[in-house]
Design a protein around this ligand. Sequence first.
Ligand SMILES: NC(=O)c1ccc[n+]([C@@H]2O[C@H](COP(=O)([O-])OP(=O)(O)OC[C@H]3O[C@@H](n4cnc5c(N)ncnc54)[C@H](OP(=O)(O)O)[C@@H]3O)[C@@H](O)[C@H]2O)c1
Length: 244
Amino acid sequence: MNKIIIAGASSGIGLALAEAFASRGVKVGVAARHLEPLLRLGDKYPGMVEAETMDITMPEAKAALMRLIKKMGGMDIYIHVAGIGSQNHSLDPELEVRMIDTDAAAFARMISCAYNYFRASGRSGRIAAVTSVAGTRGIGSMSAYSAAKACASTYLEALRQLARSSGVPVTITDIQPGWIRTPLLNEDKSYPLEMTVAQVVPLILRAIADGVPVAVIDWRWRIVKYLWRRLPSPLWTRMSGFGF
Ligand SMILES: NC(=O)c1ccc[n+]([C@@H]2O[C@H](COP(=O)([O-])OP(=O)(O)OC[C@H]3O[C@@H](n4cnc5c(N)ncnc54)[C@H](OP(=O)(O)O)[C@@H]3O)[C@@H](O)[C@H]2O)c1
């Protein structure tokens, strides 16, 4: 049976993924800063959940992941969902730094830690991480967020190459969703092509199971991403919309 660990499982997409596994009888290790929602999940699915407090922006997060791996008796799949995100129209420098710290620097900390675990253990494994279609281009109202997500996606691409050249048996999946209704979004606002957690969870599970290198979720966002990538810079500079 696969041993699955999810970082960022106290809310939104991560919580829904954890629930999907636990409800199917797959034991799951969950981590986040807030322990309460993780413990509630454990109460709902007795014996199916191991929990650990973890702040990925702190160096101690590596030890927390190793503790969770030990509690689980190993790890086959590491799913990284932990992240923050918001628009920053006023370009508050501290918010910019927090997003880069969490979505890029701490992302590299945790993904490298998971990769090194698979390399050291010699067991074949999977790393899946939720980045965003926002990483496709630099987005004016979300400068730090879009830059951090681009960094995260490039990091995963690099590790895929590294794993292949070093013979490390790890499959890496970059999950790039569009807008999903979770506590990350402004609850007073609606967003174009918005999806629900219930819609995206099966698509994410399928992408991880298939070991797809990059999964843009959903098909409508695949088209958006395709078009965005092809827009010449002068046109992109003039663009706004899509909730940005
Ligand atoms: N919702 C969207 O529209 C959307 C679209 C594309 C990509 N994404 C990405 O999907 C991921 C999950 O977002 P979501 O929509 O599910 O938001 P969410 O409901 O706010 O969940 C974010 C999760 O990340 C955890 N987290 C945040 N900072 C952390 C830290 N320093 N250490 C450990 N855990 C941390 C949170 O737990 P604690 O607060 O308990 O630590 C929570 O479990 C994010 O990376 C986000 O960028 C979201």
